[in-house]
Design a protein around this ligand. Structure first.
Ligand SMILES: [Ca+2]
Ligand SMILES: [Ca+2]
Length: 277
């Protein structure tokens, strides 16, 4: 399997000269595999590469979670996670480690460790948060990426429709930077959904995940997204100081409405039988 992925990375990904913006080199690799140097790519190239790649385990997913841990500034964060480490507001194992400010990972694994057809590409700057480097949640939140100097940080995930055909999913974006004196308020955008996430001054991850409902927190959650590909962009809220962080990203396949309907019918039928008994 690894050789197929490597072939897609070094051959098809670098193939069409007109689609490559080669200003910055980055590392291309299968999750957990050896890095391959390639030119920086645009989403069109990523989508083509994902479509061309063949993974024998593709489409055989687990219950429906993919976690991406941004390791950020690796030389200081040392926060790559092992496959058995569990973390997140929705607890899962097998987080994919995305290291550095720029990069692409193909063949992301799901929460069971099964290889999928999904991939991710990100453009940002690499940072880290000075909290204890403890396995699990602490390590998940320690390394992060942030907005570039002159443009938003972006994360593009592709291949979801192959994994979950026609399915809805939520995207949780975790944020926490080193901000002892000022709020870090950012806008996080996917499609037409725009969420504001505020990392309050002097607040750093203490083991509790708080969804930002308007008064600060350490993650925002996009709900009921659909489609093969999405791009998250993150930038400092207009008029706000500081920066904006992405510590991790988690994609959660939401239950099918039909399944929920059947469950409701089953519960209703059970209640009727109970009343007649
Ligand atoms: Ca992280
Ligand atoms: Ca903070």
């Amino acid at each position: 399997m690894a050789s197929k992925v490597a072939a897609a990375g070094s051959g098809r990904l670098g193939g069409r000269r007109g689609e490559i913006r080669g200003r910055t080199a980055f590392r291309l690799r299968r999750a957990g595999g050896a890095p391959v140097t390639a030119s920086r790519l645009n989403p069109t190239v990523l989508a083509a590469a994902l479509a061309a790649a063949t993974f024998t385990a593709g489409g055989t997913a687990g219950a429906g979670l993919i976690g991406i841990n941004f390791v950020g500034r690796e030389t200081l964060s040392h926060s790559a996670m092992g496959p058995a480490e569990t973390a997140g507001a929705i607890v899962q194992a097998n987080w994919n480690n995305a290291t550095g400010g720029f990069g692409t990972l193909l063949a992301l694994v799901d929460e069971t460790g099964a290889v999928t057809d999904a991939g991710v590409q990100w453009r940002s700057t690499a940072e880290y948060l000075g909290i204890d480097n403890t396995p699990g949640n602490g390590r998940l939140m320690r390394g992060h990426v942030a907005q570039l100097a002159d443009e938003a940080a972006t994360v593009t995930v592709s291949g979801l429709d192959t994994l979950w055909p026609g399915g809805l999913y939520d995207v949780l974006v975790y944020f926490d930077g080193w901000n002892p004196a000022v709020d870090w308020a950012g806008t996080y955008t996917i499609g037409d959904q725009v969420l504001v996430g505020t990392d309050r001054a002097g607040t750093h991850f203490d083991g509790t995940f708080v969804e930002d409902g308007g008064s600060g927190g350490n993650y925002v959650r996009f709900r009921n997204l659909k489609g093969d590909t999405f791009t998250l962009s993150a930038e400092v809220l207009a008029g706000s100081g500081g920066s904006v962080a992405i510590n991790a990203l988690q994609i959660y396949r939401t239950p099918e409405p039909a399944a929920l309907g059947l469950l409701a019918l089953g519960l209703a039928a059970g209640m009727v039988r109970h009343r007649r008994a």
